[in-house]
Design a protein around this ligand. Sequence first.
Ligand code: 5GP
Length: 112
Amino acid sequence: MTLFEKIATHEIPARIVCETADFIAFHDVNPQAPVHILIVPKRPIPRLAEAAPGDADLLGRMLLASGKIAADAGLAAGGYRLVINNGRDAGETVPHLHLHLLGGRPLQWPPG
Ligand code: 5GP
């Protein structure tokens, strides 16, 4: 099982903010902004490049849910950023697809 599957099955604890039948959102253990939440499919898709057409509904629902998760975290007014790290050069460290939802401070662009 991947680390995030273990969080999704509650085998490893996390500060969960939202859970549905097929995805879960929880605070990152090493936050890079005042709000840093990970939105993760319970199914272990390794990374976005390996998602299949059949994952489209799930990925769409995760993207749509991010707005409510951000609003619930107090980010509606200030805004927020969604990031997907795909592969080594992007800084991917956990090979289980996840959206980073970051906010609560001005974020630099372009990212490093
Ligand atoms: P990646 O680098 O793969 O895009 O993102 C992985 C993220 O998972 C990192 O931001 C890292 O801090 C977070 N992370 C790693 N291990 C844990 C953990 O055990 N619990 C939580 N909540 N986040 C984790």
